[in-house]
Write a protein that binds this ligand. Structure first.
Ligand SMILES: [Zn+2]
Length: 281
């Protein structure tokens, strides 16, 4: 029997995504760097704080926390994904389930109205979640949600509602992790994901914008092997892959979804097109 492993589009074996929170104006500089290197990702926004102008003390630093205006969203984040981050950035574990549901659904409803498309991603304000919050997200139609718990690993999540990132951009291990991710061939577990997260204002706080540039230019050199995608694209693709069906002898793969998926059959990249059956041997 052949060994079947997950691959990404075009048979690539690695994916890279980023996730940045709060919709602050520093996103503009980050987006420019992402565009330059072909990096893609997801920006988690609080609809209720759009158009804010001002500073706040965050982690002991005076920080410009001004945000984009509603009418700027479509153009500013062109080519990237916008997801929810609760209407007013409340810690969802410290409010009632009803108020939490309001925070999620009102953020989602308004962002969808502004963007004219579905918004089903989320990042937990302050990284806080519990069983009740997970239930709230499910009932609000949220399909994937990022935590702030670094794994220092390259696994795809089993449960997309607790999607743990690889690391924060200020993590002291970020360079080591990038080298391991890009340099090592994919092993027995198949497709790997590097998931970077943060807040764009943190580059201002530490005056380390060159770090964004270094990370993006480093991974972009491996574009032959890496799929650069938003959180939503990775979730959609992984769910489609996991829905593949195989014959008892492993010789046939059936894709009943609307997305083409790729796999490695004994290391050989095979596409199983949407709605088709493919012979693997
Ligand atoms: Zn936040």
């Amino acid at each position: 029997m052949q060994i079947i492993q997950m691959a990404f589009p075009q048979g690539k074996t690695k994916a890279f995504t980023v996730s940045y929170d709060d919709g602050v104006r520093q996103d503009e500089r980050l987006l420019a760097a992402m565009r330059q290197y072909g990096i893609r990702g997801t920006f988690n926004l609080n609809y209720g704080t759009l158009g804010r102008v001002g500073h706040a003390v965050i982690d002991g630093h005076d920080t410009d926390v001004s945000t984009f205006r509603e009418e700027e969203l479509r153009t500013m984040y062109e080519g990237q994904e916008i997801a929810c981050h609760a209407l007013t950035h409340k810690k969802l574990t410290e409010i009632s389930a009803g108020t939490a549901a309001c925070e999620v659904i009102e953020d989602r409803r308004n962002l969808e109205r502004v963007l004219g498309r579905l918004v089903t991603g989320f990042a937990y304000p302050f990284g806080a979640y519990d069983e009740t919050v997970l239930q709230v997200l499910r009932s609000c139609g949220i399909r994937y949600a990022r935590t702030v718990e670094s794994t220092h690993a390259f696994r795809l999540p089993q449960e997309f509602l607790t999607w743990h990132p690889t690391c924060h951009h200020n993590d002291e291990k970020v360079t080591e992790l990038l080298e391991a991710f890009c340099g090592e061939p994919v092993g027995r577990d198949g497709a790997r994901l590097f998931y970077l997260w943060g807040h764009a204002y943190e580059f201002d706080q530490r005056d380390n914008w060159e770090r964004a540039e270094q990370i993006f230019s480093y991974v972009s050199r491996y574009e032959a092997e890496i799929w650069f995608a938003t959180n939503g694209e990775i979730c959609d693709y992984t769910e489609a892959f996991r829905r593949l069906e195989f014959s008892a002898d492993g010789g046939l793969a059936v894709n009943r979804t609307a997305l083409d998926v790729w796999l490695l059959a004994d290391g050989r990249a095979v596409c199983v097109p949407a709605k088709e059956t493919v012979r693997l041997n």
